[in-house]
Design a binder for this molecule. Structure first.
Ligand code: T5A
Length: 208
């Protein structure tokens, strides 16, 4: 059984990550790959427990403690869900990963980015490809208002925070194994751009 792959979708609030993660997972299934779709924070019982503690707003975490909790959730997620799936040959499609900690806690909350990078290395797994969905904040807010779900702790943070997060993601998207996708088009157009972005990864497994 060949090892699977880890593909991550990243971006600010309302960029369309969950929608596109579903479509990408369906498309990979249709191509015959075994697929696991998961998300962060969460994706395993311990990490889902930490997700509630992080997002409920019950506790106003200090930025460094919050960073550690995201990383702890990720370590649990990798150990219990992601690594076993990859070793069993699955293609894992993950809604957020390490780059979210760099963008939200590093760029958004000004936590030391060197420390976040070091913690990321301790997690011990690098995505094969990260797709960063980029959408102007105004368009994302319109989508979130139309969806109408209650805001979580991060969605309630101020606009300057979200603009720093979006700028952070654009900087991160220039790193190796990252692709920036314009996510301001309709759902089908964004899906097509993502499929184009993963073409080489599929070809590396399937051949031309
Ligand atoms: N966080 C997470 C950190 O601070 N540090 C970390 O290390 C990690 C891992 C997670 C929060 O945790 C923070 C970041 C987050 O604030 P969450 O509940 O998982 O919170 O929420 P988000 O990941 O932010 O996801 P959202 O649900 O807010 O947005 P998505 O997933 O980007 O968007 P999606 O797909 O749900 O779409 C939103 C709406 O827009 C529509 C959809 O139908 C939906 O109604 N839509 C479109 N409309 C028009 N055109 C398109 N192209 C559209 N795509 C989607």
């Amino acid at each position: 059984m060949p090892d699977g792959r880890l593909i991550v979708l990243e971006g600010g609030e309302g960029a369309g990550k969950s929608t596109q993660a579903r479509l990408l997972a369906d498309a990979l299934c249709a191509l015959g790959f075994p697929v696991l779709r998961t998300r962060e924070p969460g994706g395993s019982p311990g990490a889902e427990f930490l997700r509630s503690a992080l997002l409920s707003g019950e506790i106003d975490w200090s930025p460094r403690a919050e960073t550690m909790l995201h990383v702890a959730a990720r370590m649990e997620h990798v150990a219990k869900t992601i690594r076993p799936a990859i070793e069993a040959g699955s293609w894992v499609v993950c809604d957020r990963f390490h780059d979210s900690t760099m963008a939200y806690q590093g760029h958004g909350l000004d936590v030391d980015r060197g420390m976040i990078a070091a913690l990321g290395s301790m997690v011990g797994i690098t995505p094969d490809l990260t797709i960063v969905l980029d959408v102007p904040r105004e368009a994302a807010l319109t989508r979130l208002r139309q969806r109408g779900a209650p805001d979580d702790r991060y969605e309630r943070l101020n606009e300057a925070f979200h603009l720093r997060v979006n700028e952070g993601f654009r900087a991160i998207a220039a790193e190796p194994r990252h692709v920036l996708v314009d996510a301001s088009g309709d759902i089908a157009a964004v899906h097509a751009a993502i499929m184009a972005a993963i073409h080489d990864l599929i070809r590396s497994v399937r051949g031309p």
